[in-house]
Every structure is written in C-alpha cells, then in structure tokens.
Design a protein around this ligand. Structure first.
Ligand code: HEM
Length: 412
C-alpha cells in the first residue's frame, strides 16, 4: 500500500531527502486527508496564512481532542507551565513578545546580539581548537550542539554546567513537537508534561536567585523589569524562559549542521567561503531557504472558516504549514532545488513570517555565519565520511543526529 503524503513526511526513512514528497504535495496546495490536518505546501498560500489573523497559534482552539502537551490548559495551568507566546494570539502574544524583546533587541537593547560577537567567536574558536582526532569528527556532538547551547546559556544566565540536567527535558519537549500519528498520545503527552514540569521547577529556582541577586543576563532583566507593559507573572516568566532555552538550541544546531553538510556537498561554495568570509551572510540566508531547520509548523487552527485556493478550512481544523516546501516552490524561486548563495531574491520562510516570525533570528543568523565561516577557514580539506548522515527522528526540527567528517588538520 502506498503511504499517504503525511505518513511519508513523518516516515524516518525519508528524512535525508523529504523534498520529492513536498514537490508531490505542491500539486495540491491545500491537501486534506480524512480526519487529518489541512496541509499547505505552496509559498504564497503559506505566507498568506502566516499573516492571517484568523489563523490561531493557540491549540486550545483546536476542535479535535488531540491534546497538545506543550500547551496545557484549564485546571492544569496552576501546576504546569502555561503556553508560551509562541502558542498565544494577540493581544497576549504581543504583550509577552514585547516584554521579552526589551532586553534582547531594538529599540531598547539594540546592541545585545552584536555585543555578543566576540564572545561567540571565542566559543567557536575554543570548540574548533578542542577537536582532537581529525580522522573522525562528529560535527554535531563536538561543535554544532555545544555551540548554541553555550550561547543561549550565556544570554539567559543559565549555568552551562547544568546542561546535563536540562538537555533531556529539552529533547523530550522538542520530540513532542513531532506530530507522529502512530505514537501513543497519552504516553507522549505524559513525557512532555513531566519534562515541562521539571524544566519549570529548575528555571523557577534560577529566577528566584536572579530576583534576589540580579546579574547581567536576560533572566535577571526579565525577572526585574517594569516597563509600560508591567512585569511578567512568575508563570509567564517561566514559560518565556523555557521557550527561549529550547528554541535557542534545538534549531541552531540543525542550521549549522545542515550548513556544513550542504557546503561539503557544494565544494565550490565552500572554497569561496574560505577565501571570502563575508559570503557567510548570503550562504546562511540561502541555507534557511534550502535546508530550513524548522520544516513545518504543525499547530495552527482557524478561528473561523478560511477559504484558500478554493478550499474552505473549517474553524477548529488542524493546519500544517510546510515551510520547507514553500521554500522550494518553483512558482516563487527559480531553480528551487539548486543551492545558490548568489540568489538575489531569497525571502524564505525559514524563520516563519508575520507576528510569530522568529524572535531569535538575529542571534541565529550571527551564530551560523560565524560558525560556518570559521569551519571553512580552519578545517583543512574537510570531507564527509557518510552521505547521507544519520538523521534525528524529528520531522519538524529536521537535521542530522551525527555528521561524521574528517579533515587533514586544523589551521590556527
Ligand atoms: C536557525 C535557528 C532558528 C530557526 C530556523 C528558527 C525558526 C523559527 C520559526 C520558523 C519560528 C516561527 C514559529 C511559528 O510561527 O509558529 C520561530 C519562532 C520563535 N523563535 Fe526561532 N528559530 C531559530 C533560532 C531561535 C533562537 C536562537 C531563539 C532564541 C534566542 C529563537 C526563539 C524563537 C521564539 C521565542 C519564537 C516565537 C516567536 C513568536 O511566537 O512571536 N529562535 N523560530
């Protein structure tokens, strides 16, 4: 029996190359299987829905019983973290995002990200210096994972030594984002619920410390801020901190790894990047189009019937927006399956679009630009040891679990 497109997307065997499935899906821009979600796969339709205020990010509006472990509701709200602003609609979304942004970006903190440039550079240099045996390097474990984790810990003020504690919780929560129709929802829900609870308790302890003794970090700023929007409640603060911690490291790892994999498959671009580090800016933009770390957004729902491409999506239905497919839509990008950093018009969907578009984008861009330009400059004659490499299970946050590479040495 042939699998449905949804099962094909979720099937781990297709993780190395899901793009032919998306090409097939785009023949029906609004695809609906009985009892399943409405899957949107073309660029203009995805973008228009991302800007449509009738499409909610709050799963409590979903009609189906499919319970989302990340957004507990009702009576549980007292014991588990409430939804973060990723899962809220205006006006709550806007208020919390504004407050989170005060210590992070313009207009109040225009220098936070750029001010980390030297620190990011030092972390990258330290990780490359520590590589050891160049005959077999796992780029994920030795570089792409520890780098963004260290960065988000520094930014938030979470002790890096605690990584062993929160790594497991973050992984469980990230895995629960995967809409696996074959998994037991109760089992997954419980796992994510427990992980969220433990992460919440851990962050509550840190926030308590920062309230008493503020430091120069984002947790302290959020815990002590009093702007025109007032202060976040403790529960809002916990959800925001958990969101930043998880979003800050479960995505960038894949951008850096997908980036190196793509460069090694395109040695001409790798050579150019080595000679011309400024090429890292268009390389990273094209990567966000070509191999986006967030492949699809599986939790949106209409607040009222929405008609799009001749189909009416009913209120409360589950909607998936396949960003990675929109990014390869030939109606929007010429030669979409070609990796081309010289592409002039690269308004990709890799960071989403509209009011929820990625909050951490300036940091993620800078991290990936520094990481890839330094890897290109310092690794001598790098090559892939496995192609395709082994992939993580997750279809939403897609990327290699390991990237075995070798090189002839490390340049100073
Ligand atoms: C390459 C790395 C990253 C990618 C590809 C990525 C991608 C995305 C995407 C696609 C969204 C939109 C979600 C939606 O519309 O439902 C999003 C939202 C978000 N991202 Fe990122 N992200 C990355 C890195 C980061 C980092 C480093 C941080 C934190 C510092 C971060 C924090 C957030 C937050 C807080 C939101 C929610 C925004 C909102 O709901 O208003 N992300 N990200």
């Amino acid at each position: 029996m042939t699998q449905s497109p949804l099962h094909q997307i979720l099937d781990h065997a297709n993780r190395p190359d899901p793009y032919p499935i998306y090409a097939e899906l785009r023949k029906t821009p609004v695809h609906h299987e009985a009892d399943g979600p409405y899957v949107i796969s073309t660029y203009h339709e995805i973008r228009s829905l991302l800007h449509d205020p009738r499409l909610s990010s709050d799963v409590r509006h979903l009609a189906s019983a499919a319970h989302d472990p990340l957004a507990e509701s009702g009576q549980e709200e007292q014991t588990v973290l409430p939804p973060s602003f990723l899962r809220l609609d205006p006006p709550e979304h806007d208020r919390l995002r504004r407050m989170a942004n005060r210590p992070f970006g313009p207009p109040h903190s225009p220098h936070t990200v750029d001010g980390m440039r030297q620190e990011l550079h030092d972390i990258v240099s330290g990780l490359i210096d520590g590589i050891g045996d160049t005959g077999r390097i796992d780029l994920v474990d030795q570089f792409s994972y520890p780098f963004p984790v260290t960065v988000i810990c520094r930014l938030l003020g979470v002790p890096r030594e605690d990584e062993a504690r929160f790594h497991g919780w973050a992984d469980t929560i990230a895995a629960s984002l995967d809409p696996d129709p074959d998994a037991d929802p109760a089992e997954r829900g419980k796992g994510a619920h427990d992980a969220r609870m433990q992460l919440g308790m851990y962050l509550a302890g840190l926030i308590e410390e920062r309230r008493k003794q503020p430091r120069d970090d984002m947790l302290s700023a959020l815990a002590t801020a009093e702007g025109p929007d007032g202060a976040m409640t403790t529960m809002e603060l916990l959800s925001t901190a958990a969101l930043l911690l998880i979003a800050g490291h479960e995505t960038t790892v894949n951008l850096v790894t997908n980036g190196m994999l793509t460069l090694l498959r395109n040695p001409d671009v790798l050579r150019r990047l080595r000679a011309e580090p400024r090429l890292a800016v268009p390389v990273v933009e094209e990567l966000l189009r070509f191999e986006p770390p967030v492949q699809l957004l599986p939790q949106r729902t209409p607040l009222t019937g929405i008609r799009i491409h001749g189909v009416t999506i009913p209120k409360g239905a589950s909607v998936w927006l396949v960003l990675a497919s929109g990014n390869r839509d030939p109606k929007r990008f010429q030669n979409p399956d070609r990796f081309d950093p010289d592409r002039r018009d690269v308004q990709h969907l890799g960071f989403g679009s509209g009011i929820h578009s990625c909050f951490g984008a300036p940091l993620a861009r800078l991290e990936a630009q520094l990481a890839l330009s330094e890897l290109a400059r310092r690794l001598e004659n790098p090559r892939l040891l496995e192609d395709p490499p082994p992939y993580r299970q997750n279809a939403v946050l897609r990327g290699p679990r390991h990237l075995p590479i070798a090189c002839d040495g490390i340049r100073p």
